[in-house]
Design a protein around this ligand. Structure first.
Ligand SMILES: [Zn+2]
Length: 434
């Protein structure tokens, strides 16, 4: 395929580079998979000119914690008492779906995110070999991790090895690459986590794990004689910049400090934590201590959507309330948590997360003409607190147009939704406690 080139012309370009450079009006040039130009509109634009009047261009958004196949379960686990969600509600539902359904749900989840301006995801679940097919077909950039548990650990590790053989662990070489996905600190004992640490060393893959996401998890780890979930990971060498921990909802202060001190990457999922646990994770404390924080939506049945604009707003509001301080989590920081900081959390900041010449051309155009996006006094505040996923008009990943005029270019949305809704249809009678 010959490398296509484009010039995107828009009212504004927010680069999210280190200086926060903003061009009004602005342009982004694309050559093949890379950004070839960022600046004011050039006198002689090259390639196909895409006029995005009324739009602001941004780096594509990065969702650092998702489970795309769980799209199928949206609306089946509502207002569940604390501690019952995972074991009591999710497991019976999960027992009813196989690889075909998971692939259909995964593709629908990818479609939902692409239409909302997400260009990179960190996805993890069961049957990731099948789900990865869907993710690859969607055109998204993704790190995929097959969930590992003590139960069935050997098979899980074998499945992880096959994913590694297929995609590798290097985001420079493959748009879909592999992470290691031990499920959580209660469901993974020291033997399995030790194997994960060795495999991480050998393959260079990042480790993705849920951390202190429930009171039961903390109690289980303490019953094993550890001070807490973070101390347990630390003793195994599994805190640090190449480990992405999700949630940390029930971390004590000293544990949150430890996560930060090790410069661990943290996936903060504020709406999921609020809806499933009624809690705000101590992410301000982790960040203060040195953690790199990106935002995740978690699964569509946790919050109940995969819109990173909604997640930025929620992260700002909940953390201001938790800290009793409206100056914390300023809008500029929140926007970085879905772009440059999120890229750093996944170790891909040299590739994406800002609009800079030489980086991969993951670019989105957000329409700023609707009533809820005007006036345009403060572009960053509007994007964080006023914008919605449905304001996204165009999405490019690796220089390929995936959404134009709010419609998917490559995916057949009607068919994908019909398949996924059918796969979800058999589940409603299984929803417990309704
Ligand atoms: Zn999760």
């Amino acid at each position: 395929m010959s490398a296509a080139s484009y010039t995107l012309l828009a009212d504004d370009v927010l680069t999210l580079d280190a200086h926060g450079t903003h061009h009004t009006p602005g342009a982004v040039g694309i050559e093949g998979a890379r950004i070839s130009y960022v600046g004011p509109p050039p006198k002689a634009p090259t390639g196909t000119v895409v006029r995005l009047e009324g739009c602001v261009l941004l780096p594509g958004l990065i969702n650092v914690h998702t489970h795309t196949p769980m799209w199928l379960f949206r609306g089946l686990t509502e207002d569940v008492p604390r501690g019952e969600w995972l074991a009591g509600r999710m497991r019976p539902l999960e027992a009813r779906v196989g690889p075909r359904e998971l692939r259909a749900g995964g593709l629908a989840g990818c479609l939902e995110m692409l239409l909302g301006g997400v260009t990179t995801i960190a996805d993890r679940y069961r049957a990731m070999g099948d789900v990865a097919d869907a993710i690859e077909a969607s055109g998204l950039r993704a790190v995929v991790a097959h969930s590992l548990y003590d139960e069935g650990a050997e098979r899980g590790l074998r499945d992880t090895e096959s994913l590694l053989e297929r995609f590798g662990a290097d985001p420079e070489r493959s748009r879909v690459w592999v992470g290691l996905g031990p499920h959580a600190t209660d469901t993974c004992g020291p033997a399995l986590l030790g194997e994960v640490a060795v495999l991480a060393q050998r393959s260079g893959a990042r480790v993705f794990i849920h951390l202190a996401q429930s009171e039961a998890e903390v109690a289980a780890v303490r019953a094993r004689g550890h001070a807490g979930c973070a101390a347990y990971l630390d003793a195994l060498g599994l805190l640090g910049p190449t480990v992405v921990v999700a949630h940390g909802t029930y971390l004590a202060d000293d544990e949150a400090d430890l996560v930060g001190r090790r410069r661990t990457a943290v996936a903060h999922c504020p709406s999921s934590n609020a809806k499933l646990e009624g809690r705000v994770a101590p992410v301000a404390r982790m960040r203060q201590a040195g953690a790199v924080v990106g935002l995740g939506t978690d699964a569509a049945c946790c919050n109940n959507g995969m819109d990173l604009f909604a997640e930025m707003r929620m992260a700002g509001l909940l953390n201001k309330v938790a800290a009793d301080d409206p100056t914390l989590f300023p809008a500029a920081d929140l926007l970085r948590m879905v772009t440059s900081d999120a890229a750093a959390a996944l170790g891909i900041e040299h590739l994406v997360g800002s609009l800079e010449t030489g980086k991969r051309a993951d670019v989105i155009a957000v329409d700023k003409r609707s009533a809820h996006m005007q006036p345009w006094h403060d572009p960053v505040a509007n994007l964080v607190y006023a914008a919605r996923g449905s304001d996204v008009r165009a999405v490019f990943v690796d220089g390929q147009p995936l959404v134009l005029d709010r419609h998917p270019v490559r995916l057949d949305a009607e068919r994908i939704l019909a398949d996924a809704v059918q796969a979800a249809g058999a589940l409603a009678p299984v929803a417990v406690g309704r």
